[in-house]
Write a protein that binds this ligand. Structure first.
Ligand code: AMP
Length: 256
């Protein structure tokens, strides 16, 4: 099975069984089995994409499954998934039991030859405990839990510099990726604005909420010797280089 087929099986919403792990010509010699943690706006998404390419690991996001469920609302979703979409739309967390069931249904993917980068799961300690059980079931162990962090003032500086086009939703950054003409979209000439949830006061609230909810999770993995803290300061390239160096030293993982 190719990486793409595995990813389709992860998103798959019809309740079909996940594929069993079989041989793969292009799979990495040592699959990476990692969890990614990091506050919104910290650049975790960028790092996930780079790591997934570098390590040839499946980038598995529970948020992606729920977003796919949302766009498939009328196509035979299970009642649990329909309810999950409701939570997501209201900006609330989906109940642990529903998220855990969804991952459990796809547990064979976690034992696959490509390994995985779990993004957005686990989000709570009960989810982490359930994941331990699921991984034991499929005879697989985590290599580590990457936790990206940045002082709150820097996150605010980064996020509050973001600008979005009112017309075409293209995004810019006043420092890192400024438009050619201030306040005007390069692509369509639309007006650029600061999203409400990117305003400093809102970012501060979001960050504090994130830290409060993630701290117990980080502590959980720290106690198990799995937590790997990585500074998310600097350019994306620097953060990637830092990550690959520490993964080699701590976990023996190298680019595939
Ligand atoms: P994300 O893309 O990870 O920010 O997830 C988007 C939304 O999906 C979240 O706001 C939650 O409503 C839901 N969600 C995704 N993963 C989880 C999870 N592990 N536990 C609870 N809710 C989740």
């Amino acid at each position: 099975m190719s990486m793409e087929q595995y990813l389709e099986a992860w998103i798959g919403l019809g309740g079909q069984a996940a594929p069993a792990a079989t041989g793969h010509a292009d799979a990495p010699a040592k699959p990476a089995r990692l969890i990614l943690l990091g506050a919104p706006g910290i650049g975790k998404g960028t790092q996930a994409t780079r790591l997934s390419q570098g390590l040839k690991a499946l980038h598995l996001s529970t948020g992606d499954v729920f977003r796919a469920a949302k766009s498939n609302q009328n196509k035979g979703l299970t009642p649990a998934l329909q309810a999950a979409v409701g939570y997501m739309v209201r900006g609330e967390l989906v109940p642990d039991e529903t998220v855990v069931d969804l991952v459990r249904e796809r547990k064979a993917i976690l034992a696959g030859a490509y390994g995985f980068l779990l993004d957005g799961f686990p989000r709570t300690v009960p989810q982490a405990e359930a994941l331990d059980g699921i991984l034991t079931d499929v005879n697989t162990k985590l290599d580590g839990v990457l936790s990206y962090s940045l002082p709150i003032e820097k996150v605010i500086e980064r996020i509050s510099g973001r600008r979005m086009c009112k017309q075409c939703s293209a995004s810019y950054h006043l420092k890192a990726m400024p438009p050619k003409k201030a306040g005007v979209c390069d692509k369509c000439g639309g007006e650029l604005y600061l999203r409400d949830d990117d305003k400093p006061e809102t970012v501060r609230v979001r960050m504090e909420a994130y830290e409060k909810s993630t701290k117990p999770l980080a502590d959980y993995y720290q106690r198990r010797g799995l937590l790997i803290e990585i500074s998310a300061d600097g350019a994306a390239d620097d953060i990637s280089a830092r990550t690959m160096k520490i993964l080699k030293e701590r976990c023996g993982l190298v680019p595939a």
